[in-house]
Design a protein around this ligand. Sequence first.
Ligand code: UDP
Length: 364
Amino acid sequence: MPASPKILILGAGGFIGSHLLERILTTTDRQVIGIDIQSSKIEHLLDSERLTFAQLNVHDTRAVTEYIEQADIVISLVALCNPALYNTIPLDVIDINFNRPYELVKVCARMGKWLIHFSTSEIYGRTIASYTGLSYEEQEPKNYLLNEDETPLVLGPISNQRWSYACAKQLLERVLYAFAFEKGLQYSVIRPFNFIGPRMDFIPGVDGEGTPRVLACFMEALLFHKPIRLVDGGLNRRVFTYIDDAVDALMCMLRHPDQAKGHAFNVGNVANEISIADLARKMVATYKDLRPEFSECDFEINVVSGKAFYGEGYEDSDRRVPDIAKARELIGWEPKTGLDRALRNTMRAYIEQYASAAACRKAC
Ligand code: UDP
């Protein structure tokens, strides 16, 4: 029997990479090479005989090229994907999300490897509906439902540097498409819709600095009894997708390579759409449920402007609702985890990881 294709995961030590690695090692017989600068999230997997882990910077193209040569499939997860950075260090954002992965695309094209690249739902930018002045209840699906192959990509002006990330990611997708067109590159793209789950992000002052994504911001507020801050009132909406469902999508691609190649896929759970203000209220209720000792506490929820929270040049995506018909039809993917369970599992993991740091800080 031919050996199953060897997989190289770039960014194997991150949030998505750690879950993907775990699933591949526990449910398949595949050999995996993992590359990352850190391994703290995958310590429990490092003993696996089927894993070769190399602790190095994935942008060390020369070293990484040697590993690419050994693999059949390259999964690229490396990104700077935190909105607090897009308008504050846009040059790094463009470098890490475009220039460096471009080198990787060239190597994969030359060596004939299947490159599975993680892009972003942010490349859709703002919806057409956001310019109609209608409330979200009145909007027509054709103006907000995001389809991989039809929806225009609507980014704001250059001075709104929030879009540096979306633009870099979009250009990389265009490069992948062009390499397939001109040089026969085998590629697939995943566009994640706000994946959540254990091991995501950091808590400022505990294991990182700066502003993480919304879920970690709200968890920091809950754990450390700080006000929750709703940027511009929290009116914008997101679809939160549980990491197990996200990993399912990747596994479906690996099972159906011929259907997956040459396509971008939205990976998002439409049933989990919620406004950020409602998310805050839901997280407060879930937190009280998970930690009954705080059930009588009041958690303050404040409104803050985008400029005050993120700085000059911030502009938000108003709504991100994926059309997932293509993933359903071509690779048989269907998300299963509702928002309640996704949030509970993620918040429980945060509590397990950070509650003692929070208790210590209060005591000190
Ligand atoms: N947001 C918020 N309060 C916070 C952090 C984020 O209201 O403490 C908002 C942010 O303005 C955006 C949404 O939450 O509308 C999601 O932000 P996130 O950082 O998760 O990334 P995005 O989905 O925009 O890529």
